[in-house]
Design a protein around this ligand. Structure first.
Ligand code: ADP
Length: 450
């Protein structure tokens, strides 16, 4: 069977869904192709939230923020290796992306912080649920309302280029049939490659043996797809390990737990680093511990505000006890050391400054309300910052930095925005900001005559 649409979107994570909705709203006919049996990609697992500065929701809460500060902190967190042009575009368009979601019934109006940010700018659903599930279900609602076609269990196996321009894609369907779709615009939103251990180890031999937090579709196939039509790549060795991953289940313990006031404690019962530092640094300090793991510790006060915590309890990942002493005993930890750690930390909360490790954010409340909770964690492969090269209009660039007409890319498949380390909350911002931009660009191209 042959098909013809204005825009083909490859991948149904946040970037793909946002792109599809925007392209449709700009008047294009759209097809979404997803290789997995379910919608949502890795986005559905996103937990922290969506960063943006100078938003309406920050204003309502009296949070003073600036785009410039957001830019500078993302650059510093990225070890100054972010593509400045892409990062500038990202920061500039973030508040609009928050509004884009709000006008489509997706409200991220609770605000917290993540490692490396000095101000509360991580936007979350008000009911305390994880951002990923909330976001994907909201986007899917919008896709359905528009009757946008979604083909599941179908992968894009080739992008067809004729006379230097995209003219179509080849799909391999569930029944293993090959279908050619004629189109002028393809948006590749296939995510990263954290779940492809061979590819990870190829670029980063030091990550051999690490667990991954990602869904199994995160294999980097979209990068190969674009490389075959000449796309350049950048930063392929920049792979983020997330510091707080439960190792038996590879379950990521959301940064929003630390953002809500949790601390990290070693097997010896001591804090060892600023929990609100960036992921690269926190991970490095956990790996440097003699046991190479630590515990994330929080009290009932933190649990009550974060639905993810209940999920961790339900999954059996949490050790809970009525008193700090009982918790230390349950963890096989010296309780004198642990009690002293809590007392010292609670003193820092009171004066809003951490003399030991310089934590200045999320010193929210003393850890003193039972029951007390702990999850044993260690780092896991989480995000691939590298990927294909694009310009700020999301046009894919070849290795000489020339646009490949008709090829767009958005989301984790793209390299450069996050430099050497992605800030928590910047991936969800990335997929909505650049997903909608890609949708708009692709729709505009499809309307041009010829
Ligand atoms: P992002 O956060 O950038 O949107 P996600 O990981 O959330 O990325 O989503 C990417 C989606 O793309 C996943 O659901 C994945 O299964 C899908 N995907 C990857 N490669 C292909 C392909 N060749 N054809 C169709 N879908 C693909």
């Amino acid at each position: 069977a042959a098909k013809c649409v204005d825009v083909v979107v490859v991948g149904s994570g946040g970037a793909g869904l946002a792109a599809a909705i925007q392209a449709y709203d700009d008047g294009a006919s759209v097809l979404i192709v997803e290789k997995m049996p379910t919608i949502g990609g890795n986005t559905i697992k996103a937990s922290a939230g969506m960063n943006a500065a100078e938003t309406r929701f920050q204003q309502v809460k009296g949070i003073q923020d600036s785009k410039e500060l957001f830019y500078q902190e993302s650059l510093k967190g990225g070890q100054n290796r972010n593509n400045p042009e892409l990062l500038r575009c990202f920061v500039e368009n973030a508040p609009e992306a928050i509004e884009w979601l709000a006008t489509r019934g997706i409200m991220l109006n609770d605000i917290t912080t993540t490692g490396g940010m000095s101000i509360d700018r991580t936007h979350r659903p008000k009911d305390g649920s994880a951002v990923g599930g909330y976001l994907v279900s909201g986007l899917v609602r919008n896709v359905n309302k528009r009757h946008i076609d979604v083909m599941l269990d179908t992968s894009v196996s080739d992008i067809i280029v004729e006379n230097g321009e995209v003219t179509g894609v080849r799909l391999t369907t569930e029944e293993n049939e090959t279908v050619t779709v004629t189109t002028k615009s393809v948006i590749v939103a296939t995510g990263g490659f954290s779940a492809n251990s061979q590819m990870v180890v190829k670029y980063r031999p030091d990550l051999d043996g690490f667990v991954t937090t990602n869904h199994k579709g995160a294999t980097g196939g979209g990068i190969a797809l674009l490389e075959r039509i000449g796309a350049g790549t950048v930063d392929m060795g920049e792979i983020q390990i997330h510091p707080t991953v439960e190792q038996n289940t590879s379950y990521l313990i959301s940064e929003s737990i630390r953002g809500g006031g949790a601390i990290l404690v070693s097997q010896q019962g001591n804090r060892f680093f600023n929990e609100m530092e960036t992921r690269d640094k926190v991970s490095a300090h956990i790996i440097a511990l003699p046991e190479k793991y630590a515990y994330i510790v929080f009290d009932e006060h933190v649990r009550a505000k974060n639905k993810a915590a209940d999920e961790y309890i339900a999954k059996g990942l949490v050790t809970s006890a009525s008193s700090p002493k009982a918790l230390a005993e349950a963890l096989g930890m010296d309780h004198h050391a642990f009690l002293a750690t809590l007392e010292r930390y609670n003193g820092f909360v009171e004066k809003q400054y951490d003399d030991d490790f310089g934590r200045t954010t999320a010193l929210r409340a003393p850890i003193n309300e039972g029951p007390f909770h702990a999850i044993r964690i260690a780092p896991g492969v989480h995000h691939t910052m590298g990927g294909v090269t694009v310009n700020p209009e999301t046009c894919v660039l070849d290795s000489d930095h020339n646009v490949i007409p008709g090829a767009y890319a958005a989301g984790e498949v793209v390299g450069g925005i996050h430099g050497g380390n992605r800030i928590g909350g910047n991936a969800v911002a990335d997929i909505i900001i650049f997903g909608t931009l890609a949708g708009h660009q692709a729709a505009m191209r499809s309307k041009k005559p010829g």
